[in-house]
Design a protein around this ligand. Structure first.
Ligand code: C2E
Ligand code: MG
Ligand code: MG
Ligand code: MG
Length: 279
């Protein structure tokens, strides 16, 4: 296939492969320095209670401010961090920094606000993960109910007993567990009944398909009905338009997150945002 494109096509192919291998290597060594030299930053994106219009939570989203390359997206460097193991340290930094901000918001009077933190399957594979979480919560005086850990369905494909064990201990201390990007994973639905879950986050791909005519909204409608049946909360991800917002409201979806309500923002902007609301 490659050869049919001729010499130029072949060269292009090998050059781009080499480029990504180099980049991979530089992320690999650069991540250690990123942690040590404080190049990592947390941004926060609001989650809205659709029926009341109040802000219900903030999701912490990681950014790497690289001195030469500029801002690097987590989708680029998280996989590298997972491969070389530094994700465990990065993940603890995220939790610690996120909880430090959350405690400021709570002290400023926003006691109902929740912090959502993405957790990698590699972190859950650590046997002492829940101890680290509890230590950080204690350090910042955070009640379990103010913290929501977001896992993806792929954590359930690996060491299931270990994962279930961790989640049970976290849940027993009030920590909420959300399934991120719900609906696009490969796992069966059985886990929805056996795991101590609090929330499903409907993947953005289902939300972007929402139209004013309700015939195209059956999957979202079905997920909302199923969540209610299972006693789970819902966050619709990637809400960008007022039509999507209004349809979700009409369908009885409890929470939404997306550019319509607010882009991920640096920590310095959160205080004012919480005070003013999203409008
Ligand atoms: P995610 O957890 O599903 O986060 C939502 C992503 O969708 C974020 O991308 C966010 O900026 C983006 N987004 C939010 N609203 C909209 C919208 O209305 N339209 C569109 N097109 N996009 C929207 P981001 O910040 O680039 O993060 C990408 C992924 O990287 C996250 O997906 C999460 O899986 C991972 N990630 C981010 N921070 C962390 C972290 O601290 N730890 C771990 N393990 N993963 C992280
Ligand atoms: Mg997430
Ligand atoms: Mg998501
Ligand atoms: Mg996503």
């Amino acid at each position: 296939h490659v050869k049919r494109h001729g010499k130029d096509g072949y060269e292009f192919f090998t050059n781009s492969m080499k480029g990504s291998a180099d980049q991979h290597l530089s992320y690999d060594t650069g991540l250690r320095r990123a942690l040590d030299e404080e190049q990592l930053q947390l941004y926060f994106q609001p989650q809205i209670d659709i029926q009341s219009g109040m802000i219900s939570g903030m999701e912490a989203l990681l950014r790497w401010k690289h001195p030469e390359a500029g801002i690097i997206s987590p989708t680029e460097f998280i996989p590298v961090a997972e491969e070389n193991g530094i994700i465990n340290e990065i993940g603890m930094w995220v939790l610690d920094s996120g909880c430090a901000e959350l405690s400021k918001w709570i002290k400023a009077g926003h006691s109902n606000i929740r912090l959502a933190v993405n957790v990698s399957s590699k972190q859950l594979a650590q046997t002492d993960f829940e101890h680290h979480v509890f230590n950080i919560m204690t350090k910042h005086g955070i009640p379990g109910s103010s913290l929501e850990l977001e896992i993806t369905e792929n954590v359930l494909i690996q060491d299931m007993d270990q994962v279930v064990n961790q989640l049970r201990k976290l849940h027993a201390n009030g920590v909420r567990i959300a399934v991120d990007d719900f609906g696009i994973g490969y796992s069966s639905l059985g886990y929805l009944q056996s795991l101590p879950l609090s929330t499903l986050k409907i993947d953005r791909s289902f939300i972007s398909g929402i139209r004013a005519s309700s015939s195209r909204n059956s999957i979202v409608t079905a997920i909302i009905a199923m969540s209610k049946e299972l006693g789970l909360d819902i966050v619709a991800e990637g809400v960008e338009t007022e039509i999507q917002h209004q349809q979700l409201k009409r369908l009885g979806c409890p929470n939404a997150q997306g550019f319509l309500f607010g882009r991920p923002m640096p920590k310095e902007h959160v205080g004012l945002f919480l005070k003013k609301g999203y409008t």
